[in-house]
Ligand binder design. Structure first.
Ligand SMILES: CCCCCCCC/C=C\CCCCCCCC(=O)SCCNC(=O)CCNC(=O)[C@H](O)C(C)(C)COP(=O)(O)OP(=O)(O)OC[C@H]1O[C@@H](n2cnc3c(N)ncnc32)[C@H](O)[C@@H]1OP(=O)(O)O
Length: 160
């Protein structure tokens, strides 16, 4: 199944967390699973905080990009539209809140699940949980806001 991020136009596919065109990024892939969205990501040894556990910034980054993708997908679904139809829904992070409930073990795949809990105007609130070995280790709330037309106007050349 195509991931949401596979439908991002090239111009917005350079994000460190989710851009498929960023060779140095996480390149997360998010899909629907019923009313939830799911991303799986396996950390590398260099994603360490203290030995054996994942750096919290990575956890936040995964929650962030999983949630902005969820916001876009939820808007398309609410409108009954496919991901490639116009006008496009493009979301950036207005607010990112993360609660670190337990240390996240680094040795294995992480599962990130999200749900759009509020859609209002240009804003989508997404609640997301991150699990390691089936245990919820972090919980996030993201306010995703549709990109204004002038967002990133005249950007510098993207990283390759
Ligand atoms: C599924 C398929 C999709 C296919 C195609 C899609 C294309 C994909 C597009 C892109 C993907 C790639 C990108 C991923 C991104 C990854 C995550 C990042 O790293 S993003 C970078 C970090 N974030 C910023 O740099 C934002 C900087 N901030 C801003 O530009 C503005 O502050 C912005 C846009 C966030 C809001 O500004 P305003 O003027 O446009 O909007 P106002 O009117 O203030 O707010 C609208 C609503 O949002 C709430 N809101 C705004 N900011 C909030 C905040 N910080 N906390 C809580 N609520 C907030 C407001 O209260 C308001 O809600 P009320 O209508 O009143 O209910």
């Amino acid at each position: 199944m195509d991931a949401f991020q596979d439908h991002y136009p090239d111009a917005v596919a350079h994000c460190f967390g989710c851009g498929r065109l960023n060779a140095h990024g996480h390149q997360i892939k998010t899909v629907w699973n019923g009313d939830e969205t799911v991303t799986r990501f396996t950390p590398e040894p260099y994603h360490t905080a203290i030995p054996g556990f994942v750096y919290g910034g990575l956890v936040a980054s995964l929650i962030d990009c999983h949630s902005t993708a969820t916001a876009a997908a939820a808007m398309y679904r609410q409108d009954g539209r496919g991901l490639d139809t116009l006008p496009p829904f493009r979301f950036v992070t207005g607010s990112l809140h993360v609660d670190y409930l337990k240390p996240t073990p680094i040795d294995g795949a992480l599962e990130i699940r999200g749900r759009a809990v509020e859609i209002k105007g240009r804003k989508v609130v997404v609640e997301t949980e991150l699990r390691a070995g089936g245990v919820v280790t972090a919980r996030g709330t993201v306010v995703a806001v549709q990109m204004p037309a002038d967002f990133g106007a005249a950007p510098p050349a993207p990283h390759r």
